[in-house]
Design a protein around this ligand. Sequence first.
Ligand code: KG4
Ligand code: ZN
Length: 413
Amino acid sequence: MAATLLPTLSPPVSRAAALLLLRRAPPLPFSLPAPLLRRLLSSTPSPPVRSPAFRFLATMPSAAAAAGGSRAMPDRADLLMLGIETSCDDTAAAVVRGDGVILSQVVSSQVVQKALNDANVSESDLCAVAVTVGPGLSLCLRVGVHKARKIAKEFRLPIVGVHHMEAHALVSRLVNKDLNFPFLALLISGGHNLLVLAHELGKYVQLGTTIDDAIGEAYDKSARWLGLDIRKGGGPALEQLALEGDPKAIKFSVPMRQHKDCNFSYAGLKTQVRLAIESRNIPADHISISSATEEDRQLRANIAASFQRVAVLHLEERCQRAVEWALKMEPSIKYFVVSGGVASNQYVRTHLNHIADKNGLQLVCPPPSLCTDNGVMIAWTGIEHFIAGRFDDPPAFDEPDDMQVMQQINMVS
Ligand code: KG4
Ligand code: ZN
């Protein structure tokens, strides 16, 4: 079993530790980001920090002490985290309390101000700002990091750099407060297909990943090729049409059956869908589904349903093996987390629930609004790391913004 132990990056508790971390961090897909702000390495002294919770944590001798030391932590309900998510086309922001209460959640433009207004809080009420630092489109990530740094600089707030996929996994702990480490997680989105064994906060073993495309990409392309209305996303459109089709109508082959591992492949299935459309002369490239004849619509629905059946069967087979691997490594595992945009699909949820049941595990699948990209997952992951003492100092006033931002993003992607 080719399990890779990914690096655990400790909190930037000292400049020396930060130097060590930056030297150690390899560019792996699911490693925690090294400290967001390289400013720790600069000699410029920090202006004083305003956040009361930060002042408290900053005086603690270590992260472990911050998480469980003899002095009482501030009440979780007193921690207010602003989360900013810009890894994709949309921007999302949210304010979440340390005890998991979502005070606001906003998507689209002017999100940050609206998230603060909706939560009825101002920047000076926050304990810190959390922001996605990767993986994602670097131009988009820069927008969020720039904004987060601006707020952090002005209001003297610490920053938590968040790994997008870790946030997809950890939001399940906001949803289910009994969900303790270790647990198994399947993270399925437009760009990633990951099976990870989460040992503890920041410590993950990757059991499987895609060798080509992620399942979300296969849903999106298939939906487009079938001529569906993809304004609200290809995945939801295909899921809808599949309800009208016969999932056994077309015999697509299940990927990677000869590979006895937990990796995924969706490029071949995508090609099978394209060939099925072409060989049946479906005019999907110039006639949209809304104008299709009844017979044509049925054909497209059959392709959609058959694709979905095999796409999810592939998930099921790899998850079954991953459960077996994970239970051998950590027999105490009780939960199977399924998250990421594709986890909002009802067919996916039902079938993975079956895998969890069969193996005596409990499925934790966040509600659809927390499965697709959102600010809440970033704020919540920010809270988890902040409580563990993992955050960066507020940026110094004289720090050059753009250069720093670029460096930080390259480090994690
Ligand atoms: O996590 P996410 O919101 O963004 C990324 O990090 O990529 O996932 C987006 C992906 C898209 O490919 C989208 O089509 C897919 O999740 N998705 C779905 C459904 N809702 C979103 N796929 C299948 N069925 C759905 N209901
Ligand atoms: Zn995502």
